[in-house]
Design a binder for this molecule. Structure first.
Ligand SMILES: O=C(O)CCC(=O)C(=O)O
Length: 260
């Protein structure tokens, strides 16, 4: 794995995120943008249904199964090194999704921690990577985050009167398309309203520690033909050959069965 700079470590430790401008080469950025739009057109009303649909937002889920281009994203050495700084080396992909804030939308996501996760006795266990396929500007629904809250040990919905309201300490993470933001996903964060006439799209490569369940159980979701072509490294990142991951997913399925 590649190295992580002191500044990146400090940002991740203290702020809860680090921003990597100009990360994606222009041709690859164009290829992702095109592949994502093609996928939206293909899936139509079903888009995002493997995970969730969201108001005034277009979503796609299970992206590792949606073309070889997306297999690269999840095992990018520089990004995995940063994720490992947050989670430790025992990490795996939890999900790869796309989220696009619709033009002229007033929908603001409540501040949240991904999967409603608080750090446990072993520390942090969720980390997200946000791949900007469009510029994130002050007008078009950039990500907001409250620096340092990954260390608060609290969920926003437990302590804020209104997690959708602006937070006095929040910052808007604006950056050009091609940037990747690596974020400790215990950080309080959320998407904002898009007041422009164009969509604002990003891919989310979401990781967790290997002793936790995946948000999307990759082994069940990936078609056999996809699984057949994956490299050993990508299989490992997806935890496809990990009996603990199978057991954790069974437990989650049983629990959600009980809760129905
Ligand atoms: O796309 C974004 O701006 C972030 C969305 C987000 O935090 C989420 O969907 O959990």
């Amino acid at each position: 794995m590649s190295g992580v700079t002191d500044a990146q470590q400090r940002d991740l430790d203290e702020l809860g995120y680090t921003i990597l401008p100009d990360f994606l080469p222009t041709d690859l950025l164009a290829a992702y943008r095109e592949a994502v739009e093609r996928q939206y057109a293909l899936e139509g009303d079903r888009a995002g249904s493997e995970f969730k649909q969201e108001e005034q937002t277009r979503r796609l889920a299970n992206m590792v199964d949606k073309g070889e281009l997306f297999e690269q994203v999840i095992a990018w050495p520089d990004i995995l090194a940063l994720v490992a700084h947050v989670l430790g080396p025992e990490l795996k992909l939890s999900s790869l999704n796309v989220r696009s804030a619709n033009p002229h939308s007033d929908w603001v996501q409540p501040l949240h921690c991904d999967m409603g996760a608080l750090p446990d006795s072993r520390g942090y266990w969720v980390c997200n990577t946000v791949w900007l396929l469009d510029d994130f500007t002050t007008e078009n629904g950039a990500l907001r985050a409250v620096p340092g809250t990954h260390r608060s040990g609290q969920l926003p919905q437990q302590v804020l009167a209104d997690p959708k309201a602006p937070h006095p300490d929040e910052v808007l993470l604006t950056a050009p398309a091609g940037t990747v933001i690596v974020m400790n996903a215990h950080l309080w964060h959320g998407g904002t309203a898009n007041r422009t006439g164009r969509p604002r799209t990003a891919m989310h490569g979401f990781y967790c520690r290997r002793d936790k369940p995946q948000q999307q159980y990759q082994k069940a979701l990936l078609r056999p033909e996809t699984q057949a072509r994956l490299t050993p490294n990508v299989r490992r990142v997806l935890a496809l050959d990990d009996p603990l991951n199978d057991e954790l997913s069974r437990q989650v399925a049983t629990l959600s069965g009980f809760m129905k």
